[in-house]
Structure formats: structure tokens, C-alpha cells
Design a protein around this ligand. Structure first.
Ligand code: ACM
Ligand code: ZN
Length: 753
């Protein structure tokens, strides 16, 4: 097939001189882009504001879409014209699935295999039209193109915060620009039930509304709540309208109805389907909650009734049933759940979850649908027909593919758009973590080591937008764009260009497109950052910028430089008096402000040797521990070293023998992200002569807890210290990540004299 396309391409452009895929403004980058060798002819054609279209091979919907896209992008329009049309269409047979070609000479010929691929061609065409001197212009070229992955998804959580019908439509409309084809609609969670179910009206009458919402980050203390009633839901008529709107853009909606966990909104309406029957309100806090659906028969039938209504609304193949983060504490105590375990000869509660999901699977299969769930559905045995969405890394997806199940890769490391995208202090409050544009661009849904037989089960990938900290649509756009464009490259291109090429294209062609569409995209990736390096006396800070920028300085340490550019170095020496040094600067070009705060100490920049290496995801180098730059909360990843081992050893060189009182070590505690405090810390002189072990426990009177800082006394003289940190091997029952090795995150260590 590929040869056929190539032949076609060469026949069309025998004179072509350059195969310049990298110069193509279209994103995701097309498979082939050819500029013709035009000696006398102009390389560009002017287009009239009204384009005549031969609709012989065009459906009404595609004509309408063309007209709409011309209007919103270029203030142009289309009209039906049989005589001298500017755009013509041709249906291809025997070509690659979802492929299309665009041949632009004086006129435009679009050839396509499916209606869907014709729509992709229209989206590409929109990105080829430029506005030159107030006149639409197009460069003559030839494009042939088809997608690499079948599942190119974006997700939106409307439970934590509700978005209107118009906002959801806009989300879908913007997805279409970048050839996404799957919208995963997270419709139910602990904090709200958002889909009308006729048989159970209390789901929306009660379950769609909460009486309060936690303020700030949910890990911050003291916890405070607003007392506003908050909520909303979509009627079935509204859902039908959104499904139709998506179908007109060749986007399939996958509805998610969460079970058995994340069920508090449903249980507020129908507490009889929990294990305890306890009446509780719709949850106003974020996190994972013990009260989940009981696995009893009545609940299974209740949920199947709900799914029966859901599938009448969504014509797509897949129904997502959640399956993630379901603590089993209630099931362990529940007579009915325990009876089910015995009756069905199940080993434990994980097998009970597997039984529960299998009942849903059988039901969905009987209705001609296919079940998909988060990777926890692997635990206790995967239902035979189920597909897996791998979010806790790639491992769940790899295991599912080994077992012959379809997989969508959506790992937190690359695909969670609720994580921070920049290091700067100006980023809006986010869940935590750090997923930069470049990190998204680096994503590959097929792990390197995967065998091709298994790779065949990888349907594609998806980014998720959880909305705990996103309460307005402007911010939705901020978190999704431009990261979604990087993801579209990953999912569409067989050979994506370098990140630099992508970034140039993004800046030159696509930020203007987003501006035209009034998208509130993040400019974070343009921001300068600071880089801290070690000097013999302490540290130096340099502003790092990819562009030629100048900066206005807001605050700088006393008696230092006043004019700064990206070459300026600030140095801070550990011999100076201990104080906070703040460097704050604003780019004259992007107007983005950044700042860095350094707490000076006698430890600043001392040599440090990591004997245990951090996980590569959170390894920012040993200097991180002694750079005076404390991790902020919520954490962004780059300010910490993250270890996934139960023993961490490192050595710090004090350069000369000196008397110390002890060490202060700062750790991150974020149990929701599986990050826990250590259990004990040992400090020894490197020659092993003197040693001090302390249990890192609040009850130990020798350790003071100041948030997550632990002080370990060590009175005596030393020139080199060896520090060993122990943590639990397994996360205890009932906490997020139960059974897994907890993470230990350290950001700073300081000698106390
Ligand atoms: C998830 O992020 N809990 C799927
Ligand atoms: Zn139960």
C-alpha cells in the first residue's frame, strides 16, 4: 500500500525537487509533503474569498464543515460550483485506511478513502491557506497522509468541575483541528454525576450537586472549604446533540461511568448500593474514598440499567467503566461482598473486582459494545474482551498486550495534562507533577522493548484532563494547548520531526491559528528558565532562554548585577550570611515572569555523591539536594529527587572537619501520588566511626516535623557524612498505590551548626 501511495505521489510530481516534510506548516506533520519544481510559474496561488466547490464527490456534512472551517479560520466561504471549481474531490479505492492526498496547483484536488479522511484533508487545507496582504494565498504542494495510530484521544473530566454544552462542543471542535478522533468523556465521579438517567432521576437531582468544595490544593493545611452549592448535568437531549456535533467532526465519544470506585455522587443519591447504606453527601474534597459500590447483585443490576441507557446515547464501540482507585476496605467488612467471594470461589477482593467488571463486560458484549477500563481492571484477572487504558505508567498496558488485549496508553508521566507544564511560579495551581511540552513530544505509546506481536494491540494514546483545579474553560484551554498538538504529532506521524522543528512550526504557524480561534493556550514553553550550577564556593544561577531575549529585573540579591540577559550569572557563596536570595525577572519579549528563591546555608553547593540513583523520571542531578532551592508545593517534579527504592544512600563532603549539630532533610509527603515520608534515617561519618540512627516518626522526640522537614541530630565533628534513608517496601492497605513501593522525594539537605 505504501508503495502505491508513493508511486502516486511521484507520478503527480515528476518534477518535484524537494522532499521537505519538515517545512510543511501542517500539524500533525503529514506523511509526505512535496514542493514542485516550478521554473516559471509562481510558487503560490491567490484564492478568492468565495471558493467554488465541485460537490460531486462530497457529502453535505463535509461541504458544511468546509464552509464552517473557511469561515472561522479565514473569513472565507464555499459555494457549490460545477463550472471551473477551485476545489474538487475524488474518492480513492484500495488505498491506506483513512489516507488522503491534496494536490495544490492552480486548483485544489483532494482525494480520500473515507469521509473521515476527507475531513482530515480539509483540516490540513485550512492550515495551508495563508493571509498575504489581506488576500488568501496557498503554496503549491502535494501532500499524502494517513494516521499512525487508530486511537488518538483527549479526555475531559466534567465531574470535578462542570463544563457547559457549548464548552464541551468547543473542546471537540478544537480537537478536530489536530485530527484527534476519540473524546473520552469522564461523566461521573465522587464530586458529581453529570448524565441524566431516566430510570434513576436522583442521580442528577441529588448526585449532580455538592454543597462545598475544598479550596487550594487538597494537601495544603489547614484545609478550608467554600460553602457554595456547585454542580450541573447534561440532559439526554443535550448529550445527543453533543454526540451529533462530535460525529460531524468524525470524533467518537467514549462515555465513562466510574465503578466500583469514585462512586460517592451516585451513593449520595442511592446509598442502598453501597456496602454500609450510610447516607453521605456528594463529596467536596478531592482524592480516593473508601465508600464504593457494593459488589452485590442489586448494585450490578442498578449499574447495568444505567449502562443500558448510556449505550442508547453513544453509538461508539467502547464504554469506559473506570475501575481505578477502588479501595477494598468496605468490601472486606461487608457480609454480602464476603458471601460473593465464597459463593464464587474467589481468592480475595481483587478477584471480586474482577468478577464485578466481568459482569459488566458480559452485559456490554451482549449489547454489541466493548468494555474499556483503567489498568486496575487487570488485578484479579482481566475480563476476556476488555481493553485497558494504562495510566499508572506503561506496565499495565504491556501486561494487557501480552495477554492479547487491546490497549490505549495514557501514562501519567507523559499524558496527564493536569500536571504542571512549566517550572515557573506563575503557573496556575495544578494537581502536581511536571509534564512539559517536550515531555509530551517524547511520548511513544509503544515501549521500545515491546515485541511487534504485542505492539499490534496498542490502539494508540490519549491525554487526560482531570479538573480538580480547573474550574473554568479558559484554564481547560491553557492546560490542553499546545500540549495536545505535541500529542497529535506522537499519535499521527510515523516519523515525527525533531522537537526543534516542531517547536518552530508551532511558533510560526500554529500559535497564530490558535490566536485566530481565540484559544487561551499556554505560552509557558516560551518562558526562560533558570539553571543552577555548582561553583567552588557555592552556586551560580543562569537564565536559560532559547530565544534572544532581554529581561527586566524585579528583585535581585543586593550588590549584584542590574542588567541581565541570558548570559548573566549570579553567584551565591555559602560563606555569606544565611539569607533568602530572590531573583525575579520578566522577559521583555513574552512578558512571562520567573523567579528563583535560594536559601543560603553552609551546605550550599557542597559535593554530594548519590550512591543510590533516583528514578530517571525524577533525577535532576545531585545538586538538587544542596542548591538552596526548596521544592514548592504542589510539587512540580523538577525541584525534587524521586526514588522508588526502599533504601537511599548518599554522601556529602563537608570539605573540612567541622563540628555540627545535625542535619535537616526535607521530604515531600503526597500520599495521593504514592509519595510518603521515610521510616528511618541513619547518619554516619564516612569512615563508619560514628553512627546515629533515628526513626523518622512523629513519636520520636528527637525529630522535629516542620511540615516535611526532618531534623536528625548528630553532635560531633565530621568531614564526610554518609546518609541512609529507609522507607516502607509496600504502601499499606487503604492508601493510594496499596501494595506498591512508595516514592521518596527529597529536595534539600542542610547542615545545622
Ligand atoms: C486515574 O487517573 N485515576 C485514572
Ligand atoms: Zn458490599
Amino acid at each position: 500500500m505504501k508503495q502505491l501511495l508513493l508511486l502516486f505521489l511521484l507520478l503527480g510530481f515528476l518534477n518535484s525537487s524537494s522532499f521537505s516534510q519538515n517545512n510543511c506548516p501542517v500539524l500533525p506533520t503529514p506523511t509526505n509533503y512535496v514542493l514542485p519544481n516550478l521554473e516559471k510559474e509562481s510558487a503560490q496561488s491567490n484564492l478568492p474569498l468565495s471558493l467554488g466547490v465541485d460537490t460531486t464527490n462530497l457529502t453535505k456534512n463535509l461541504f458544511n464543515q468546509l464552509n464552517y472551517l473557511l469561515g472561522v479560520n479565514h473569513q472565507m466561504q464555499a459555494f457549490v460550483s460545477k463550472e471551473n471549481p477551485i476545489i474538487q474531490f475524488k474518492k480513492l479505492k484500495n488505498a491506506i485506511e483513512d489516507s488522503y492526498t491534496i494536490n495544490i496547483t492552480k486548483t485544489i484536488l483532494i482525494s480520500y478513502t473515507s469521509e473521515r479522511s476527507c475531513f482530515y484533508a480539509l483540516q490540513s487545507l485550512m492550515q495551508l491557506i495563508e493571509n498575504k496582504n489581506n488576500e488568501p494565498t496557498i503554496t503549491k504542494c502535494y501532500i499524502s497522509d494517513y494516521p499512525n495510530f487508530k486511537w488518538r484521544g483527549l479526555h475531559l473530566d466534567v465531574a470535578r468541575h462542570f463544563f457547559t454544552v457549548e464548552e464541551v462542543k468547543r473542546y471537540i471542535d478544537l480537537m478536530a483541528i489536530y485530527k484527534f478522533n476519540t473524546f473520552h468523556w469522564h461523566l461521573t465521579d465522587d464530586q458529581g454525576w453529570r448524565i441524566e438517567i431516566k430510570k434513576y432521576p436522583k442521580l442528577t437531582a441529588i448526585g449532580a450537586w455538592r454543597d462545598s468544595t475544598v479550596k487550594n490544593h487538597y494537601t495544603s493545611t489547614p484545609r478550608t472549604y467554600d460553602k457554595n452549592r456547585y454542580g450541573g448535568f447534561y440532559t439526554q437531549e443535550e448529550i445527543k446533540a453533543i454526540v451529533k456535533y462530535a460525529a460531524e467532526r468524525y470524533i467518537t465519544i467514549v462515555p465513562e461511568i466510574e465503578m466500583p470506585g469514585h462512586a460517592r455522587a451516585a451513593l449520595a443519591a442511592y446509598p442502598e448500593f453501597s456496602c454500609t447504606g450510610k447516607q453521605q453527601g456528594v463529596e467536596g474534597l478531592w482524592g480516593v474514598f473508601d465508600d464504593i459500590f457494593c459488589a452485590k447483585e442489586e448494585t450490578i443490576l442498578f449499574l447495568q440499567d444505567i449502562l443500558a441507557e448510556v449505550i442508547t446515547l453513544f453509538p461508539g464501540q467502547y464504554v469506559h467503566i473506570g475501575g481505578d482507585e477502588a479501595p477494598k476496605n468496605q468490601w472486606k467488612k461487608c457480609e454480602k461482598c464476603q458471601h460473593l467471594i465464597k459463593e464464587n470461589k474467589l481468592k480475595d477482593e481483587h478477584e471480586l473486582q474482577s468478577y464485578f467488571i466481568q459482569r459488566m463486560d458480559k452485559f456490554l458484549v451482549s449489547k454489541g459494545k466493548k468494555l474499556i477500563g483503567w489498568d486496575e481492571i487487570l488485578e484479579g484477572g482481566l475480563s476476556p474482551n476488555a481493553a485497558v487504558m494504562s495510566w499508572r505508567g506503561f506496565e499495565g498496558g504491556i501486561e494487557a498486550a501480552k495477554q492479547g488485549h487491546d490497549v490505549v496508553m495514557s501514562p501519567g508521566s507523559h499524558c496527564y495534562f493536569d500536571h504542571y507544564q512549566g517550572r515557573g511560579k506563575s503557573e496556575p495551581l495544578a494537581f502536581g507533577g511536571y509534564t512539559s511540552l517536550e515531555k509530551v513530544y517524547d511520548f511513544n505509546p509503544i515501549p521500545k522493548a515491546m515485541k511487534s506481536e504485542q505492539a499490534a494491540y496498542i490502539l494508540g494514546g490519549q491525554a487526560n484532563l482531570w479538573t480538580e483545579y480547573i474550574d473554568n474553560f479558559q484554564q481547560v484551554e491553557y492546560m490542553v494547548y499546545p500540549r495536545a498538538i505535541a500529542l497529535s504529532q506522537v499519535l499521527w506521524c510515523q516519523n515525527k520531526p525533531s522537537f526543534q522543528t516542531f517547536e518552530d512550526n508551532l511558533i510560526n504557524y500554529h500559535l497564530p491559528i490558535l490566536e485566530k480561534r481565540k484559544v487561551n493556550f499556554a505560552k509557558t514553553f516560551l518562558a526562560a528558565s533558570t539553571q543552577i550550577s555548582r561553583t567552588t564556593e557555592g552556586i551560580a544561577i543562569q537564565i536559560n532562554s532559547k530565544r534572544n531575549e532581554t529581561f527586566q529585573v524585579k528583585k535581585i540579591p543586593e550588590n549584584r548585577v542590574s542588567n541581565i540577559n541570558s548570559n548573566t550569572l549570579f553567584s551565591i557563596n555559602r560563606s555569606e550570611k544565611s539569607q533568602e536570595e530572590i531573583i525575579e525577572f520578566t522577559s521583555n519579549e513574552t512578558q512571562i515572569s520567573e523567579s528563583v528563591i535560594i536559601k543560603n546555608s553552609p551546605t550550599l553547593g557542597l559535593p554530594l555523591k548519590l550512591i543510590t540513583l533516583p528514578n530517571p523520571r525524577y533525577n535532576n542531578g545531585d545538586l538538587t539536594l544542596v542548591d538552596g532551592n526548596y521544592g514548592s508545593l504542589p510539587w512540580k517534579g523538577n525541584e525534587w529527587l524521586g526514588f522508588d527504592t526502599s533504601e537511599i544512600i548518599f554522601e556529602i563532603d563537608l570539605l573540612k572537619k567541622q563540628k555540627i549539630k545535625g542535619l535537616e532533610l526535607s521530604f515531600l509527603k503526597d500520599e495521593g501520588s504514592w509519595i510518603q515520608l521515610p521510616t528511618s534515617i541513619t547518619i554516619e561519618q564516612s569512615n563508619g566511626k560514628k553512627s546515629k540512627t533515628l526513626n523518622a516518626d512523629k513519636t520520636n522526640s528527637q525529630i522535629s516535623f516542620t511540615e516535611s522537614k526532618l531534623f536528625v541530630p548528630f553532635s560531633g565533628k565530621a568531614s564526610k557524612l554518609r546518609i541512609t534513608i529507609h522507607s516502607k517496601k509496600k504502601i499499606e492497605q487503604g492508601l493510594a498505590g496499596e501494595g506498591h513501593q512508595p516514592w521518596t522525594f527529597i529536595d534539600e539537605i542542610r547542615i545545622v551548626k
